[in-house]
Design a protein around this ligand. Structure first.
Ligand code: CS2
Length: 497
């Protein structure tokens, strides 16, 4: 392709884009802001924004545009990339066989960086056109103590926000300011939809937000708890980090996009049918409204996300780089089959409309997609916030119900080694992105038991003698330099084989 034919992505160039890149099915200039989304990363752009894009194209109701909000200074890169292209971006679905479907998403209307303009964010939240506020602020963003389930009040940023209600730093301060302004103006509150990988994410958001508001205004906390809807939701779509190659490949097909998103073809969104403001007809574009999301969340977190963490932590020690490379190893493939069948399935509740065996099979196929190239570095990032949600509850359930937990124990042993040494078993340095990395390293230097005794991560797991024994056995074998693959192979053999 000649450079001169490559078009930069913006509204003006939409009609000139090559036909292999699908256009929004509506005029993005006519979209109005009905949603504020806090935490615009790849996942939001591949998932919720895609659903709203399809919804607007399908129904012609253009009132579901999204104003993105970034709370961290780090979000500036995204703000700038999107501002330079009228908030349009390309979403590329990569299929197992190599086929790619690229489309331009036009659902984002604007992007505000809270650190630059807190007042603009609060005013946007208070806008009468806003009906829904959604969040992807990561598992760690809820300020919840995993051991007690309570809001962590002793946090300098929480205190800062209580003292500075007009220029908060955390999400809770913004939500309070936005809700209060609406209340004072006699406007209905917005629905607050958490889209993070947390069991009971809506209920957790409600509890944390109301606890925060309670520190500032107990009467208003009560009003929020009675008048704002916080639907729980299960979200799913594997979205790896965008690479330079992804950008170059798009340029080869004729479009310059500063920050496209790539993802798998699969997408799922199950939302509790509980709204206090207008409800988008997402059921017409593949999402599902249900009465009770809990069994779906549990299935997804315990099967998909925990399996990811297992591949991430065990695979990192083996020097593997990506999820699909793990899946090319029969031993890792078998390990996941065993884990899902023997350690997870017995802990699940019946999931309406989903056959668990079929779900497992599809998951293994999704992980094996060679075109996604999801890195173990991404999967292991913020393990300190993920493991307490994805894996520890399953192990605890199995300890209570005399179930199996060896694969869980091996994974935690690998995490200990990963935190203590920061290398593969061959001594190559690993890139560790975790806000608790130093703390985890310190704990691990005090030994494997001290590592497991971090109750804010592992709850009371260290007190279960049989679990401690299993974990220590794996730790000792890893420290004796036995390759993790041999343990993976050993555990990948079904007891009924
Ligand atoms: C991953 C998730 O971050 C992780 O550890 O398991 O990002 C996963 O890819 C998504 O939840 C898929 O829906």
């Amino acid at each position: 392709m000649q450079t001169s034919t490559v078009k930069s992505l913006c509204r003006q160039n939409l009609a000139l884009l090559p036909s292999v890149i699908a256009q929004p099915g509506y005029n993005p200039a006519e979209v109005t802001t009905g949603i504020v989304h806090i935490g615009v990363g790849g996942f939001h752009r591949a998932h919720q924004a895609m659903y709203f894009d399809t919804l607007m194209a399908r129904t012609g109701d253009l009132s579901w545009g999204i104003c993105g909000v970034g709370l961290r200074d780090d979000d500036r890169k995204m703000q700038q990339a999107l501002a330079g292209q009228d908030h349009l971006y390309t979403l590329v679905e990569k299929h197992v066989e190599g086929e790619r479907n690229a489309r331009v998403i036009g659902a984002l209307t604007r992007f505000l960086l809270a650190v630059d303009s807190p007042e603009a964010v609060i005013e946007q939240l208070a806008s009468p056109s806003v009906k829904l506020v959604s969040l992807t602020i990561t598992e760690g963003g809820y300020n919840m103590d995993p051991a007690t389930g309570e809001f962590q009040v002793d946090d300098a940023l929480v205190q800062h926000d209580v003292d500075n209600p007009d220029s908060p730093k955390l999400v809770f301060g913004y939500l309070l300011a936005g809700l209060k302004r609406r209340y004072e103006r006699g406007l209905e509150p917005f629905t607050l939809l958490s889209c993070d990988n947390i069991q009971h994410n809506g209920a957790v958001l409600k509890k944390m937000l109301c606890a925060y508001i309670g520190l500032c205004d107990t009467k208003f906390a009560k009003w929020v708890s009675q008048n704002v809807a916080f639907p729980n939701s299960m979200v799913d779509r594997i979205t790896p980090t965008t690479t330079h190659d992804d950008i170059a490949q798009l340029a080869d097909s004729g479009v310059t996009d500063a920050w496209p998103v790539v993802c798998e073809p699969f997408a799922q969104w199950i939302i509790e049918d509980s709204f206090c403001n207008a409800k988008p007809a997402l059921n017409t574009v593949g999402a599902q409204f249900v009465k009770n999301v809990a069994p779906y969340e549990k299935l997804k977190l315990r099967m998909l996300n925990a399996s990811h963490s297992i591949l991430g932590l065990c695979g990192s020690l083996a020097g593997i780089q990506t999820i699909h490379e793990c899946m090319q190893s029969k031993a890792f493939h078998n390990l996941l089959t065993e884990f899902m069948q023997w350690e997870v399935a017995p802990t699940l509740d019946p999931v309406p409309g989903i056959a668990v065996a079929e779900y497992q099979k599809i998951l293994l196929e999704r992980f094996a997609n060679p075109n996604i190239k999801d890195t173990l570095t991404r999967i292991c990032s913020q393990s300190s916030a993920k493991i307490p949600v994805f894996l520890v509850p399953t192990i605890l359930d199995n300890l209570t119900n005399e179930g199996r937990y060896d694969i869980g124990a091996l994974t935690l042993a690998c995490w200990f080694y990963y935190s203590a040494r920061g290398t593969t078993q061959m001594g190559e340095r690993l890139q560790i992105d975790d806000s608790l990395a130093d703390e985890l390293h310190e704990a691990a230097l005090n030994g494997a038991t001290a590592f497991l005794k971090q109750t804010h991560i592992f709850s009371n797991l260290s007190q279960f003698t049989e679990f401690h024994k299993s974990y220590m056995a794996w730790v000792n074998r890893l420290l004796a330099n036995e390759p993790v693959e041999s343990m993976v192979t050993e555990l990948g053999v079904s007891p009924v084989d």
